[in-house]
Ligand binder design. Structure first.
Ligand code: UDP
Length: 388
């Protein structure tokens, strides 16, 4: 078995890190027997700057990519096409038996499509999640990637039903748990040593007396009216406790383009000491994994449109308000600390106050136990040695 492991964007790096560790551990154990899984790491370059890429490789100890396709930012079609164009050459040269893609970004579908056309088997980690909202670019990527995958690893039990409803054969589906949570559990202690609360002046607040927000989905930040409604809600909640907002680069661009910086009490370099202020909305640069995990773990409330953050707050037991109309991760609502607020200002404020006053109980979804990547590799080893 020779696998090309693909990663392209920030949320992919937390998912490939434990998979690579598990592949390395398997290969160390099985070197003498020759039953190793050869792999190469391909970075598509969908995210390329230090804050969204390089930092995560360093912190999560991910080896340098063997090949970087360096596609960079572009429209969805052009970026997907560029990845396909360059990844096809890599596949023809490397001749892998399998490729492994994670999540739901453009790199996921682009590489899966190239491989499927070359009769290379596609492994999809985090298969079967569905928001049932085809206006989300990620939903298109999920549905199409799953349709052409040969081995599908799922994070929650509902995912198999979603896949089978779309005609995917049960034999291909394996419920293994959540590799992103493997990373969280592995790095939690190290993240506890981060000095981010001191750096932001939050150590002077009472414990857990601040909220964190992340936003980057096009449906939230690409429309001025929607985005300003969300910011109005955040400014109102910010009257109760300071809100720290590590701002994704595409969100920073929208804030500037729409002239919405007046909602912030401080933005980037112009952040006044948060502890002296008492409340308000504070924009900071996107954080590395350790700093963000520390900030999120100690928060009283997290507001987000991120898929990964909904899952991480579930495990951390931190109340989460999801600023979307739907979620492809229903387990975070059913057995987690997450609530869906939608995008109306009044609903966001009401859900946030409810979460602050009566936070939900922490429960751990099945198999979110830090061993998902080991399960993936064990199943791949069995596949490799099976006659089919
Ligand atoms: N994250 C981070 N720094 C930040 C914001 C998020 O390290 O400033 C992490 C977060 O903990 C999670 C991942 O980035 O592991 C989520 O990525 P993102 O929200 O970009 O993608 P999504 O999960 O929505 O696909």
């Amino acid at each position: 078995m020779k696998v090309l492991v693909v990663a392209g964007a920030r949320p992919n790096f937390m998912k490939i890190a434990p998979l690579i560790n598990a592949l390395n551990a398997h290969n160390r154990r099985n070197g003498p027997s020759g039953r190793t899984i050869t792999y190469k790491l391909i970075h598509t370059g969908q995210h390329y700057d230090t804050k969204l890429s390089k930092l995560f490789f360093e912190e999560l100890n991910i080896p340098q990519p063997d090949i970087n396709l360096e596609v960079g930012s572009n429209s969805h079609a052009k970026q997907t096409a560029d990845i396909m164009n360059r990844f096809e050459d890599v596949c023809l040269q490397e001749k892998p038996s399998h490729i492994m893609v994670v999540g739901d970004v453009n790199s996921t579908i682009a590489c899966a499509l190239v491989a499927a056309k070359l009769s290379i088997k596609v492994i999809h980690v985090e298969a079967g999640l569905r928001s049932f909202d085809r206006s989300m670019p990620e939903e298109i990527n999920r549905v199409l990637t799953d349709a052409i995958s040969d081995i599908l690893f799922t994070t929650e039990e509902d995912a198999a039903a979603n896949l089978m409803r779309e005609g995917i054969c049960a034999d291909k589906i394996h419920f293994v748990g959540n590799v992103m949570i493997d990373t969280l559990l592995q790095h939690r202690e190290r993240a506890a040593q981060s000095t981010i609360l001191h750096q932001l002046g939050l150590h002077n607040q009472g414990p857990k007396e601040y909220a964190v927000v992340t936003l980057h989905r096009p449906s939230n930040v690409d429309d001025r009216g929607t985005f300003s409604g969300i910011l109005e809600a955040l400014a109102q909640i910010g009257g109760r406790l300071p809100i720290i907002f590590p701002v994704h680069p595409r969100t920073q661009a929208c804030l500037r383009r729409f002239d919405l910086l007046s909602y912030f009490s401080g933005f980037m370099g112009n952040t006044p000491a948060i502890s002296n202020n008492g409340g308000g909305l504070f924009g900071i640069e996107p954080l590395g994994y350790y700093d963000f995990l520390n900030l999120m773990s100690n928060a009283k409330l997290v507001l987000t449109d991120s898929g990964g953050v909904q899952e991480e707050t579930t495990i951390l037991g931190v109340p989460c308000v999801t600023l979307r109309e739907n979620t492809e991760r229903p387990i975070t609502l059913n057995s987690g600390t997450n609530v869906l607020a939608g995008l109306k200002k009044e609903n966001i404020v009401e859900c946030s106050l409810r979460q602050l006053n009566t936070p939900g109980e922490k429960r751990t979804p099945p198999l979110w136990d830090g061993k998902a990547a080991d399960r993936v590799v064990n199943i791949l080893v069995n596949e490799a040695s099976s006659p089919n």
